[in-house]
Design a protein around this ligand. Structure first.
Ligand SMILES: [Zn+2]
Length: 193
């Protein structure tokens, strides 16, 4: 539930009187701009770096505009930053994205915020699918393909051994320069019996 700050509580009170007769007011006020109607839910972002991971949380309630802006920001950040750890890639980040998507669907029920709130609602900006961050959806598709390709191309014990013919050729023409160890030029005669 929105808790008005003391500096503009009178304004929030005036806004509450303004919307009292509106059929769209639901008695829940946005935690970020103070507008109504609003819905009580949260949005999360996940960030992973190998074994280290971190969650961020934007707490509701949200009006429709603040909720849309928060969903797009937090989900976009997770699509880029959330995949880079083994547990995060398979568990934490998919769960974060799923929870945000469910809350996005719940947010859809809200009509636009009633004008006159103490603070302007956030600008929702461009839809998520029109942002570069949407490319992060490809990470869980491309990464397994790269790993699979690496496994297929990895050398196996059955592979032929390295070719030593160049080394053999070098040893055939090599003559040691140390006279104490001359290379025999002829095969020693066999001792007579
Ligand atoms: Zn708001």
């Amino acid at each position: 539930m929105y808790t008005p700050k003391s500096s503009f509580s009178a304004t929030q009170s005036e806004y509450a009187q303004l919307v009292a007769k509106s059929p769209e007011a639901n008695g829940v006020y946005c935690n970020h701009c103070g507008a109504t109607p609003a819905i009580d839910l949260d949005f999360h972002a996940h960030r992973a770096m190998f074994v280290i991971s971190r969650y961020r949380k934007l707490m509701g309630p949200f009006c429709r505009d603040c909720g849309l802006a928060s969903f797009r920001k937090m989900t976009g950040d997770s699509l880029i930053q959330g995949w880079w750890g083994p547990f995060s890639a398979f568990v934490s980040n998919p769960n974060t994205l799923l929870a945000n998507t469910i809350n996005r669907v719940r947010l859809r029920r809200l009509p636009p915020p009633i004008p006159g709130a103490p603070t302007l609602p956030m600008d929702p900006g461009r839809p998520l699918w029109q942002r570069p961050a949407i490319a992060g959806l490809l990470v869980p598709i491309i990464a397994p393909c790269l790993v699979l390709a690496g496994m297929i191309n990895a050398p196996t014990p059955a592979d032929p051994q390295p070719d030593h013919r160049d080394l053999d050729r070098f040893l055939q023409i090599y003559q040691p320069v140390n006279p104490q160890f001359p290379v025999p030029t002829t095969v020693p005669a066999r001792a007579a019996n």
